[in-house]
Ligand binder design. Structure first.
Ligand code: UD1
Length: 423
């Protein structure tokens, strides 16, 4: 197992290029199941979660070739319809093959994802919506067994809660269903928008893209003529590097970023005293005279993303005053708190609310444990400003979602090395 050794308090400077969005790439790879032709996908982020989904698609019968961040994938030859436990257990987003497999083949089996570090994360809303579209769903031996008689049927789906992968699963299922599907209370995340746009380019009539009501005219099991496309930049990776600039109070430019996807994050950085300059596809952060405390409530897009909560908590430890962070989406997404406290942070938790008493330059190096993907990046950020050396263990969580993290941070001036744990 790998760990990261970070020597803190190095000033960062320069620019860093943001990779493609993992959370856009995952549903888009799953959507290739709906295609009748080979597709070239550019700006694919090469991170562990993407490799896992490619492995799953390969097990189902897809073939692909990868040249740096350019993927050629042919999912026309898929013949198997079972997503097995060993794959799904390593990545919950494997659930994204459920909608497209069922829509194309009329049957599939997908291992039920278990709980995960950040909360229980059920998939009941995905299943209920597919049932409304005519699927028969049984849970047997830990598997979701789904079948339909003929094509899925268009339906009016009202999600009780806004769900990102739930919306994506149903959009993909609806693309091949018979008739019209309307999703009410749909997710509006940029990753959902790109999925809808790629399906629209493939000939599916989709209205209401980027709103909370999406209407899809199904193609009645006729496979789609998908066009080549480029994955949008990763707004969470971009936000994480902006926080690296902020926490070290450095001038830092991120390239290949979409400022319009980062409004909530940029606005919080500005409230904390940082100046933000947006230019075409780059964003520059300038140091703050005084890092001010901040109040944050995580919500669905376009609100403040839960995937940036841990990074802002690390940043808030450096603020001059008390910050409050309310996590409304995942019940257990505070695993980084204990680790930040090991590094000297003053954080108290009360239910979903964390109170962070910031003091500039209070953190010191320690041995800490990564517990989930974004919690891991918060520990890296904290380590960048901590006095002395921090060793971050279990960084396989980090590798799930950050492309070339050490290389990118080293190029910016950080001292960060990957090592192998001694057993
Ligand atoms: C996606 C993102 C993840 C992000 C999250 C919220 C991907 C691959 N992952 O996860 O990075 O943190 O959105 O922005 O895109 N819920 C239910 N029943 C369901 C589905 C969801 O109760 O069937 C609940 C969840 O427990 C959670 C809330 O709804 O409290 C939102 O979850 P959801 O949007 O579904 O998250 P994911 O799509 O899994």
């Amino acid at each position: 197992m790998d760990y990261l050794k970070v020597i803190g308090q190095k000033k960062l400077q320069g620019s860093v290029t943001i990779s493609g969005a993992k959370n856009a790439a995952l549903p888009l790879l799953a959507a290739t199941i709906l295609s009748k032709n080979k597709i070239t996908i550019d700006n694919l982020p090469i991170v562990a979660d993407i490799k896992t989904l490619l492995k799953l698609l390969e097990m189902l019968g897809s073939s692909y070739s990868l040249d740096k961040s350019m993927l050629q994938i042919d999912s026309t030859s898929i013949s198997k319809t079972k997503a097995t436990y060993d794959i799904v257990k390593t990545m919950r987003a494997s659930i994204l093959v459920l909608g497209p497999l069922l829509a194309r083949f009329g049957h599939c089996e997908v291992s039920l994802p278990g709980g995960c570090a950040i909360g229980q994360r059920p998939v009941d809303l995905h299943l209920k919506a597919l049932e409304q579209m005519g699927a028969k769903i049984e849970i047997k031996n830990g598997y979701i067994q789904a079948t339909t008689d003929g094509p899925l049927q268009g339906a009016k789906i009202i999600f009780d809660k806004i769900t990102v992968t739930g919306t994506e699963n149903i959009v993909m299922a609806a693309a091949l269903a018979k008739g019209t599907t309307t999703i009410i209370n749909a997710a509006k995340e940029p990753e959902v928008v790109q999925l809808c746009e790629v399906l629209k380019d493939a000939g599916v009539d989709i209205q209401g893209i980027g709103t909370n009501e999406i209407t899809i005219q199904g193609k009645n099991q006729e496979l789609l003529n998908m066009k080549d496309f480029t994955i949008i930049p990763d707004r969470i990776e971009a936000g994480t590097y902006l926080c690296a600039g902020a926490i070290t109070n450095s001038i830092l430019t991120i390239q290949n970023a979409r400022a319009d996807h980062l409004d909530a994050v940029l606005s919080k950085l500005e409230q904390m005293g940082f100046m933000i300059i947006k230019e075409n596809s780059s964003i520059t952060i300038l140091p703050a005279n005084r890092i001010k405390p901040v109040n944050i409530t995580t919500t669905e897009y376009p609100g403040f993303p839960t995937d940036m909560q841990a990074q802002f908590m690390a940043l808030a430890t450096m603020a001059d005053g008390v910050s409050i962070i309310d996590e409304t989406l995942f019940e257990n997404r505070f695993m980084h708190v204990g680790e930040l406290v090991r590094m000297g942070a003053d954080i108290t938790l009360n239910g979903t609310v964390a109170t962070i008493k910031g003091t500039p330059r209070m953190l010191y190096g320690a041995d800490v444990m990564a517990t989930d993907l974004r919690a891991s990046s918060a520990l890296v950020l904290a380590a960048l400003v901590a006095k002395g050396e921090t060793n971050i263990h279990r960084i396989y969580h980090l590798d799930r979602g950050y492309n070339k993290l050490e290389e990118k941070l080293t190029n910016l001036g950080a001292s960060i090395l990957r090592g192998k744990e001694k057993l």
